[in-house]
Design a protein around this ligand. Structure first.
Ligand SMILES: Cc1ncc(C[n+]2csc(CCOP(=O)(O)OP(=O)(O)O)c2C)c(N)n1
Ligand SMILES: [Mg+2]
Length: 662
């Protein structure tokens, strides 16, 4: 006799209890409450093949309630993925185990996205569903035809980002997005009544979602609800009424099961309650066999899909597209055209021009903006909007949803087959920051087009003028921050961002900048992160390190110093992270290892000076802005903060005098 769905679910419950017990750390409540619903999904509905976690047409499963990671690890193990092994599960949350505290896409191929920061899994799922519909529009049902399933908790549905995600999904009519809500009325502090009285169902309905309710502890009923969700054209919310920690007789239904080991006595009592008599980490043969069958349920569909791909004549193109392979063949001809007709241009405009060439050459790009299309210059000629009526479009109007946009872009990038870029003002990276951090952690190739990158945006004033943003973003691991100085650098930085396997931020100006790179270079000079734009004419006394719009100011200041017989190198530093990764000899060549008395290093950036001592040394000179900005036309703001060639040259001369350098 086949084990019942309940018995299959109890295998999840047992593994979750035992792993948390062994680690004496973790969250048993959520996996125990949602075990039946997950069993229904994985044994009856989810299209996947445990033998190939990367099958492009698999359904995506996202555990937005990432604290319940043992639910996912159990499912991957039980259905027969190569990883995790039972040994991995025994070492849950220990150093080196792929069964990390929260699900990490870079640890286990079966984990689609990294979750734990509540709400973001759901928001990334929206991006996955967008990518699926877009690729379906491009390649047809034969090659792309899958769904995105999410398990979200009360926390996910309280976080602000869920409002952005739910609004966007409803608007884009993402009918293949299905969210199972673990409605257990419990969060860490206790009952949800402590903090929520909204009608969640009514809210989703108002956002044009389909909703359905079921007993989340009855796999059969969950199955019926999933069938209804699949049949509906709208995105669906399935309200699964559950009991947190279900099966632990003395603790279930309470916050005590949320995030702590149940304790030996309660685990023993739960085993009795559930009729589960196997020792820890042991799965009875009948249960294992049935779970394994569920894991290979999709193998036939997978094989048929592979045959269709081979017969499509698009096999190579499709596979390259999914693998995300692109080159920068567009760059050279683009730069030739650019250099033939140089004029002052804002780097946001230069970015738009580069994007014209990029979008024509690389069909995988999908652009967008959080309601600042005309300011971010992110939409190029002929780029059709991606809408509910036309998923083949390549431009998304995200609305005023910076966080939602960024999280969706993470989902799109991790789905594969598309390369998302999206814009807002640099200052509003603050609104997007939690998703930017997940781009970096997950190595999602997302390109953030962040314009209005300094006081140079002018009259909008201090609320809109970034100060600490560049440096705070540079502090984030696995993220490249680019601040190009002219049209050529902008194109070079775009090329680097597109071919990277990490996310990038392009910080771009509102104001016009002079062309600085006026002839073709043999290589992409921005690739080294910093390079000498001008060599000292007179004996070198000063090295300017400048970025973006301040490079031309540093150049003009250098000319003034040269006129006073002070030799100055000007180094353009579009990407500090790349410079840091250069071999020592290169870094020594740009920044010789001598004291600031011999050669003074001066940083010039219209933002905080915090951190620039990393390059100037403690005894160097840092020119920047260590307060909030001002509301004024850009030239007045620059003058006010002393960021003009005259004022900078004077400051350098003064500083050198004080140091006895002359
Ligand atoms: C953004 C964010 N804030 C806070 C936390 C810490 N945290 C983890 S789980 C949780 C409670 C979530 O409640 P719910 O989603 O209902 O999960 P349940 O207790 O039902 O398992 C909190 C506050 C987090 N992981 N992410
Ligand atoms: Mg809850």
């Amino acid at each position: 006799m086949q084990p019942t769905q309940r018995r299959l679910a109890n295998a999840i419950r047992a593994l979750a209890m035992d792993a948390v017990e062994a680690a004496n750390s973790g969250h048993p409540g959520m996996p125990m409450g949602m075990a039946d619903a997950a069993t229904a999904l994985f044994t009856k509905h989810l299209k996947f093949d445990a033998a190939d976690p990367r099958w492009p047409d698999r359904d995506r499963f996202i555990l937005s309630a990432g604290h319940g990671s043992m639910l996912l690890y159990s499912l991957l193990y039980l259905t027969g993925y190569d990883q995790p092994t039972i040994e991995d599960i025994k070492r849950f949350r220990q150093l080196g185990s792929p069964c990390a505290g929260h699900p990490e896409n870079f640890e286990l191929p079966g984990v689609e996205v990294t979750t734990g920061p509540l709400g973001q899994g759901l928001a990334m799922a929206v991006g996955m569903a967008v990518a699926e519909r877009h690729l379906n529009a491009v390649y047809g049902d034969d090659l792309v035809d899958h769904r995105t399933f999410v398990v979200a908790g009360d926390g996910c549905l309280m976080e602000g980002v869920n409002h952005e995600a739910v609004g966007l999904a409803g608007h884009l009519k993402l009918g293949r997005l299905i969210v199972l809500w673990d409605d257990n009325n419990i969060t860490i502090d206790g009952s949800t009544e402590l903090s929520r009285n909204e009608d969640v169902i009514a809210r989703f309905q108002a956002a044009k979602w389909h909703t359905v309710e079921c007993d989340g502890l009855d796999a059969g009923k969950v199955s019926k609800a999933i069938e209804k969700a699949v049949a509906d054209e709208r995105p669906s919310l399935i309200r699964c009424k559950t009991i947190i920690g279900y099966g632990a007789p003395n603790k279930q239904g309470t916050a005590a099961t949320h995030g702590a080991a149940l304790g030996a006595d309660e685990v023993a009592a739960a085993r009795k309650e559930l009729g589960w008599d196997s020792p820890p980490f042991e799965i009875p043969d009948d249960v294992r066999a049935t779970w394994r069958e569920a894991g290979s349920r999709g193998s036939k569909a997978h094989a048929e899909w592979t045959r269709r791909l081979e017969a499509s004549g698009k096999s190579e193109e499709f596979s390259a597209r999914i693998a995300g392979k692109i080159d920068d063949a567009w760059l050279k001809p683009y730069l030739e055209t650019l250099l033939a007709d140089l004029k002052p241009v804002a780097t946001r405009k230069a970015s738009e021009a580069a994007l014209g060439a990029i979008n024509a050459a690389i069909p995988a790009t999908i652009g967008g903006s959080a309601d600042l299309t005309g300011s971010n210059n992110t939409r190029t000629k002929g780029q059709e909007p991606l809408t509910a009526d036309n998923y083949s479009g390549r431009y998304i109007y995200y609305g005023i949803r910076e966080f939602g946009m960024s999280a969706a872009m993470n989902g799109m990038a991790l789905h594969g087959g598309v390369i998302p870029y999206g814009g807002t003002f640099l200052v509003f990276t603050d609104y997007a920051r939690p998703a930017i951090r997940l781009s970096a952690l997950q190595k999602a190739r997302v390109i953030y087009v962040m314009t209005h990158d300094s006081i140079g945006l002018g009259e909008d004033g201090p609320t809109h003028q970034p100060i600490e943003h560049l440096q705070s973003l540079r502090a984030m691991p696995q993220l490249k921050v680019y601040r190009p100085a002219d049209g050529v650098e902008t194109a070079e930085c775009w090329a680097l961002a597109l071919t990277d396997d990490e996310p990038s931020i392009l910080a771009l100006t509102r104001q016009n900048l002079q062309p600085l790179r006026t002839s073709a270079a043999k290589e992409n000079l921005c690739a080294k992160g910093a390079y000498r734009l001008k060599d000292a004419d007179k004996p070198r006394k000063v090295i300017f390190l400048a970025t973006g719009s301040e490079v031309e100011i540093a150049l003009a200041a250098a000319e003034k110093l040269e006129a006073q017989s002070i030799g100055v190198d000007v180094v353009s530093m579009p990407c500090t992270e790349r410079f840091d990764a250069q071999p020592q000899p290169y870094r020594d060549d740009i920044l010789p290892d001598v004291s600031n008395r011999e050669i003074l290093r001066v940083s010039v950036e219209a933002g905080t000076t915090f951190g620039w001592e990393r390059y100037t040394g403690l005894h160097g000179l840092r020119i920047g802005i260590d307060r909030f900005g001002v509301s004024a036309p850009a030239p007045d703001a620059y003058d006010y903060f002393g960021l003009t060639p005259d004022k900078i040259a004077a400051r350098v001369v003064d500083f050198m005098k004080q140091r006895g350098m002359e």
